[in-house]
Structures are given as C-alpha cells and as structure tokens.
Design a binder for this molecule. Structure first.
Ligand code: PMP
Length: 352
C-alpha cells in the first residue's frame, strides 16, 4: 500500500533522492566505495560539498559576500551560535520575535549571552498568529525571527525592515517559496524538512556582520572558522550533505523554488479549502498567517476521532498527529509531498 507521509520532520524527500542515496551507500560514483566510507577530503566528496554550497548560492541568488555552510548540531545549535557570533560581549542586546516554541528556544539560548528584548509575542494567544506591529531600533546587535512555526502552522508572509542584521530560522520552509534572501544576514535551517536527512544544518551568512562582538568564541561555534575551512573545519556529515545535494539537484530539475512555491500553494489551498468547508475541522491559527508547509488543525467532533484515525490509517496516511504540545492534527506538506497525497487526505476528511 502507498504510504502518504505527512510527518513534520524528518519528513518526506523525493523518491529519486532515496534511490540515489541508496545507490551511493552501495557504490558512490562508480568508485567501488560506499559514500559512508570515503574521506571527506577525497576529491569526489570535496566536489559534492562544493556543488552543494554552489547550488544554494544559485537558488538563493546570494551576493558574493554571503557564505554557505553545512554544519552539524541542528537548528538548535544555531540558537546558540547566533548570539555567540553576533551579540556584543559588553552590553550585548538582541531583538527577538516569540512566535512559537522553537522561537522561544532560540530566545532561551540567546539570553545566556546577553539581553534579549522580545519585541513581539503571540505566546498569550497560544501562538495562533504572527506578531507584526513592532519596531526595532538600531540599539540592537541583531534581530531574530522564525519564518515558519512548524508546530502551530503559522508562517511569516512579510519580513520587517529593521536597521540591524536580520537572522532567520527557516528550518521548516527553506526553499519552499521565493524570497529576497539578501534581506537576511543570517539564515539557518535544519535539513530534515525540505532539504535532506537530519544531521546537517544549512547556514547562510553575510560575512560583513561577523567579527564584531569582542567575544572569544569557542572554535566550532565561530562562523569565521567554518567559512575559512569551507565547511571542512571538522568532519562534516558526509552522507547527509550528499543527500542534501541530491535534493537540491532535484529541486532545480523540477523548476526551482518558483515552481516548488506554485505546487506548495496549490496543495495548501486544497487542504485549507476543505478545512474551511468542513464543519468538523478548524485550524488553530488565524487565516492570514496560515502556513503553506504545516497545516495544523483540530477535529471539532471528538466522537469522530476514532473513525477519522481509522480511515486515515486505511488510506495509508502516516505522521498526521499534531505536536505533543498542541494536540490535534498536523499535515506537513513539504516540497516533496505530491498533491495526490493531499487529495487522499482531503477525501478522508470529506468522508466524515
Ligand atoms: N526551528 C524550527 C522552526 C523547527 O521546526 C525545528 C525542528 N523541528 C527546530 C528549529 C529544531 O531543529 P533541530 O532539531 O534540527 O535542532
């Protein structure tokens, strides 16, 4: 039976990526060696890393002074690396938007290194909307936001223009829509949604914002070390970078970010239309901030839960449970999710 994987992450990737990754585990590039046993300094892998970095530059149309890094530690380590690299040691101060649990985790880490002002928060309303009406002045070392709130199903549609470096956690909507990426000075994303397997994190950083904190930064945490060593400061997650490269090649082959955005919007529209039409369902968040990647919703008729769950199971729908902190359901419809899978979910919803 075909399984429709709505998991929030690690999540669905293109089938072609699974097949090519599997082949590389057995025999990488016809070398007779597995991708799992080759040196990260080998010619073949250096070429993989180079292409994986270059493809991000091209996809995002990054200016020369931006660097692309592949690091370990997940987005969670970036919660800490961001303040280490950007918050001044003396009197450091940063502006954060608290739009969800992951944003709150980022705030928690930044507070360890300086003052954090939460300039906008939707916490009191269970993170059901994106905070918008706030100002950020130039007294801050940087501004931090989360483009897509994976748990609550909200997404920033616009990014504020602020007079300080802009940092964005794009873990759950990277490469899902066209943006002017040069409006950000630091972008990071754990790979395990739209990019590749868990275990590698993409970091895109504007070199002009670095080296200004007066801090002694532990070596691994210093972006400048990773830039100088072209993401080979230590042994990178070789297989994960390769699988990410395969996903990026696939993205380009299928029309790039613009085409992916079109497909993503069509999927989201199909699902939200059903939620709005069907009296048994509603989203947790306000309409204007709905995410195109994670559709979090609740079933309003608890007596139908058993039946809905059973029908989902029979239809091969997997990974639809909401995050444990919110409950309900969450359909993650990342780049690799075909619209046919969303149609299956919609037909089960219609059957209630
Ligand atoms: N930020 C966002 C928006 C996320 O969705 C997640 C994980 N789902 C994280 C950060 C944490 O990522 P990681 O597990 O890679 O540390």
């Amino acid at each position: 039976m075909k399984i429709h994987n709505f998991s929030a992450g690690p999540s669905i990737l293109p089938k072609e990526v699974f097949e090519q990754s599997a082949q590389a585990v057995l025999d990488f590039n016809g070398s007779g060696l597995s991708i799992l046993e080759i040196s990260h300094r080998s010619k073949d892998f250096v070429a993989v890393m180079e292409e994986a970095r270059q493809r991000v530059r091209t996809l995002m149309q990054l200016p020369e002074h931006y660097h692309v890094l592949y690091l370990a530690g997940g987005a969670s380590l970036q919660f800490l690396m961001t303040p280490y690299n950007l918050m001044k040691e003396q009197g450091g101060k940063a502006a954060y938007v608290d739009s969800g649990s992951w944003a709150a985790n980022a705030i928690k880490e930044a507070k360890k290194l300086g003052t954090v002002d939460i300039v906008g928060s939707s916490k009191e309303k269970h993170y059901s909307y994106i905070p918008k009406d706030f100002t950020v002045d130039d007294s801050y070392d940087y501004f931090h936001c989360t483009s897509n709130n994976t748990i609550y199903g909200t997404q920033m549609q616009e990014f504020p223009k602020v007079p300080v470096p802009v940092c964005c956690d794009m873990s759950s909507d990277i490469f899902s829509r066209k943006l002017d990426f040069s409006q950000f000075d630091l972008i990071y994303a754990g790979a395990q949604k739209n990019m590749g397997p868990a275990g590698v994190t993409l970091v895109v950083v504007n070199e002009q914002i670095l080296g200004k904190t007066g801090r002694t930064i532990p070596s691994y945490l210093d972006y400048q070390n990773h830039i100088a060593k072209e993401s080979m400061f230590n042994t990178p997650p070789v297989f994960n970078v390769y699988a990410t490269l395969l996903t990026l090649r696939h993205l380009e082959k299928t029309g790039g970010i613009e085409a992916a955005e079109k497909r993503n919007r069509a999927k989201a529209e199909l699902l939200y239309n059903e939620i709005d039409r069907n009296d048994h369902f509603q989203t947790f968040c306000v309409k204007e901030d709905r995410s195109v990647m994670n559709v979090s919703f609740e079933l309003l008729s608890p007596e139908l839960k058993e039946m809905f769950d059973q029908r989902c199971k029979e239809a091969g729908i997997s990974g639809l449970n909401g995050h444990r902190s919110l409950g309900g359901y969450r359909a993650s419809i990342y780049n690799a999710m075909p619209i046919e899978s969303v149609e299956v979910l919609v037909s089960v919803m219609q059957s209630l």
